[in-house]
Design a protein around this ligand. Structure first.
Ligand SMILES: Nc1ncnc2c1ncn2[C@@H]1O[C@H](COP(=O)(O)OP(=O)(O)OP(=O)(O)O)[C@@H](O)[C@H]1O
Ligand SMILES: [Mg+2]
Length: 313
């Protein structure tokens, strides 16, 4: 569904996207993960034909994003990072007009709008003017707008930013269901590590406009970090004795080990020790640990999107 070759975007001297090669197969749910300014939105905007690449190329749904913009647009849905400018129409009417713009009949657009209003929890507010909706309500309306014509390929730029936990969960469920029922290919960006981890079968980590990792969340975590097993002992001497028995190092009263499958390996480690530890902790890595290992920086430090970013379309 998507194939890019050395896709690059320069804004004056800023290399926003610096030679990205991506392949996304039909039906995949892929998350682009990276800190503020990594180039996620710029990548999506090139793939959705909103801005032209400086160099390189991209095919989306089989069409070239520069030479066949219209063919691309008809097949995709795009929900930008900061849609939702002030609208004077009612939410439901906005949705119906959007469906009409994609060539749906009024009747089909009405039915589809009603379904989306229901499943995105907008029933109470769909008949109010859009400008009176709260940020989270408007975000959900934006999402309904992107889904109205049931596109085969959907791009979502930070779909859940600004939503409360309940609505975030509803939205995630909706996205997963959409994929299951219609086989929609979905590419989303997110700052929520747990969201990328739980929803996406493939996570593409982007930093400074480049892809620095591309794999399933499980593989990324296993390959780059691994589980940790931390054993605590009564004192440094005990830890040293235990460490010697298993050929490990100790730091004060602790031994820190890495394991491919911590919960399974911990009992075996325990059985091979000459002394029983006073504590044992098994930790599994997060995608943030992966990012930290790859870049030396944490994604969490800048995981909040500044308000100004939300108005950038
Ligand atoms: N229209 C523009 N003009 C100039 N620079 C831009 C423009 N759009 C983006 N940039 C710059 O390109 C880089 C990548 O921006 P982009 O919006 O793609 O990042 P992002 O990964 O989506 O970040 P965020 O997580 O904050 O949304 C940033 O340095 C940004 O300042
Ligand atoms: Mg962005």
């Amino acid at each position: 569904m998507i194939e890019t070759r050395e896709l690059t975007k320069l804004f004056k001297d800023v290399r926003a996207v610096d030679g990205i090669n991506l392949t996304v197969a039909r039906g995949e749910l892929v998350a682009l993960l990276g800190p503020n300014g990594a180039g996620k939105s710029t990548t999506l905007r090139m793939l959705t034909t909103l801005i032209p690449p400086t160099s390189g190329s991209a095919q989306v749904a089989g069409f070239d994003v520069v030479r066949q913009q219209r063919d691309v647009r008809l097949r995709i849905g795009y929900i930008g990072q900061g849609n939702g400018a002030g609208h004077s129409q009612r939410g439901r009417d906005e949705l119906i007009s959007q469906g009409r713009a994609y060539g749906m009949t009024v009747r089909a657009a009405r039915t589809r709008a009603a379904e989306l209003i229901d499943s995105l929890g907008l029933s109470d507010v769909a008949d109010r003017t859009v400008s009176t909706l709260s940020g989270g309500q408007r975000r959900r309306l934006d999402i309904a707008m992107g889904l109205i014509h049931a596109p085969e390929l959907l791009f979502l730029d930070e779909p859940s930013t600004g939503l409360d936990p309940q609505n975030r969960a509803n939205l995630q469920e909706h996205i997963v269901r959409l994929r299951a029922e219609h086989g929609t290919t979905i590419v989303l960006t997110t700052h929520y590590l747990d969201e990328a981890d739980s929803m996406a079968e493939r996570v593409i980590v982007i930093d400074h406009g480049r892809v620095i990792a591309d794999d399933s969340p499980q593989q990324l975590k296993a390959k780059h970090v691994g589980d940790r097993v931390i054993l605590g002992f009564a004192g440094s001497e005990e830890a040293a004795r235990a460490a010697a028995a298993i050929g490990a190092q100790h730091e004060g009263g602790f031994i820190r080990l890495t394991a491919e499958d911590g919960p399974r390996e911990a009992p075996k480690i325990l059985a091979s020790l000459p002394i029983t530890p006073t504590s044992i902790e098994v930790t599994r890595p997060t995608l943030d640990d992966v990012f930290l290992t790859l870049t030396g920086r944490s994604l969490r430090e800048d995981s909040s999107t500044p308000a100004a970013e939300l108005v950038e379309a």
